[in-house]
Design a protein around this ligand. Structure first.
Ligand code: PMP
Length: 419
């Protein structure tokens, strides 16, 4: 068989995609306006955007503090381009280390309360690279079942090289503890969790997890992509839960509150020194472009100077969450800036996404493999620069959607099988 036969089938066969976990062929969904992905944004303006010629309310962004459009942040990026150029054209090992990177690493380490930090070109690479570097043959990694895909991939790489891996039920410290207790005491162990889970928006019980780690001699790695800038006065989930000391490695991304792209880890000087010499995505990839690094430094200035931004995004998200919960939606155990609205069925989720989009509200449809098939959801998130009126508009749109969903709950619209 030709290797590309599966690509042809996925493109043209109306049923093939279902076998791969899609609700239907993406092109079929697109033809009936039910494909919620790869929609080009003509003008991303922060809290609103122009898409397909229409102005919509943006509830599908990780720009939690609204800093992508902040004049001081934009100016810092432009100045960095003028001073350092548009790209580094090399790995950090070689010609890709600027004093700007070192300044950023020092600042990030101080910001999250660790000795040292290391910056990577993306958050995804930060996770795969760090886990694969730290974990060796015969070690054990234990992760929450709902950790981000980049951590899963890092665990897979380590697993292929002989690291034992196990997953504990989402948020259940007792299950984690059982796994740790059953492992040999002398085995080196790493526990991996998200600070704020990217789909459910719930916060990991870090103090309890850290205590379990201590009891069993395990190290703790926390991916705080969605906690950074939002919890703990912006310093993240560990700061919020007063357990920074007990977390060995804090990971963060620049692609959310920090208005850029890239990622970092922070920890002890020995750990950072080791990772910088063994993390392949760090070693064999060009370093973070100057504009990205300068953007993050400027964002940290704004966060430290304007703590009210951090408070506001939490307040807005709480208001949206409470409003939707009162309407009867399942918003799970979310907190922070993420408001997941669990629809359940995949089809109904894309239908709900389309109805909201039609009503001028852009959300993210989360389908498998991002979530379990029966927990498909619409992911809404707030931005500190949303107005109160924006939140009211969102609540009204969800209220109208609820009427539709309830009216339709006995009938399921069939999507035609061919384009
Ligand atoms: N970790 C989590 C929890 C994430 O949500 C994401 C991105 N959505 C990443 C890591 C990867 O980060 P990046 O987008 O910077 O590659």
């Amino acid at each position: 068989m030709d290797l590309f036969e599966r690509c042809r089938a996925f493109y043209a066969d109306p049923h093939y995609a279902q076998g791969l976990g899609w609700p239907a062929n993406p092109r079929t969904l697109e033809a009936v306006g039910l494909y919620p992905y790869f929609i080009p944004i003509e003008r991303p303006e922060g809290t609103e955007a122009v898409i397909q010629g229409r102005r919509v309310l943006m509830l599908g962004s990780n720009n939690y503090l609204g800093l992508t459009t902040h004049p001081e942040v934009q100016e810092a990026a432009q100045t960095a381009i003028r001073r350092y150029g548009t790209g580094c054209t090399g790995s950090r090992f070689l010609n890709g280390t600027l004093e700007l990177h070192e300044r950023l690493e020092e600042r990030l380490a101080r910001f999250v309360g660790k000795q040292r930090a290391l910056v990577f070109p993306t958050g995804f690479q930060t996770n795969t690279g760090t886990l694969a570097a730290l974990l060796g043959k015969g070690d054990m990694v234990v992760a929450d079942k709902e950790v981000h895909a980049s951590l899963i991939d890092g665990i897979r790489i380590a697993h292929e090289r002989g690291t034992e891996s196990a997953f504990f039920r989402h948020g259940q410290v007792a299950h984690l503890e059982r796994i740790l207790r059953n492992a040999p005491a002398e085995q080196a162990k790493l526990v991996v969790v998200d600070g704020v889970f990217s789909m459910g928006g719930d916060v990991a019980p870090l103090p309890e997890i850290a205590a379990a780690c201590r009891r069993h001699g395990a190290r703790l790695f926390v991916d705080d992509a969605h906690g950074l800038g939002v919890l703990g006065g912006g310093r993240g989930t560990a700061a919020q839960l007063a357990c920074t000391e007990a977390v060995d490695v804090i990971m963060g991304t620049f692609s959310k509150s920090l208005a850029s792209a890239g990622g970092f880890i922070a920890g002890s000087r020995e750990v950072i020194h080791f990772v910088q010499h063994f993390a392949r995505p760090f070693m064999f990839s060009a370093s973070l472009p100057p504009a990205n690094a300068a953007t993050v430094l400027a964002c940290l200035d704004v966060i430290e100077r304007e703590p009210e931004r951090v408070a506001r995004v939490n307040r807005l998200a709480d208001r949206l969450r409470e409003g939707l919960r009162a309407q009867g939606w399942d918003v799970g155990h979310s907190s922070a800036a993420i408001v997941p609205v669990v629809i359940g069925d995949q089809f109904r989720t894309v239908q709900a996404w389309k109805a909201l989009f039609g009503a001028g509200v852009y959300t993210n449809a989360a389908l498998p493999p991002a979530v379990p098939a029966v927990r498909s959801l619409l992911r809404a998130s707030c931005i500190a620069t949303h107005t109160d009126a924006h939140v009211e508009r969102a609540r009204a749109a969800f209220a109208a959607l609820r009427e539709k969903v309830l009216l339709r709950s006995t009938q399921r619209e069939e999507v035609p099988c061919s384009t």
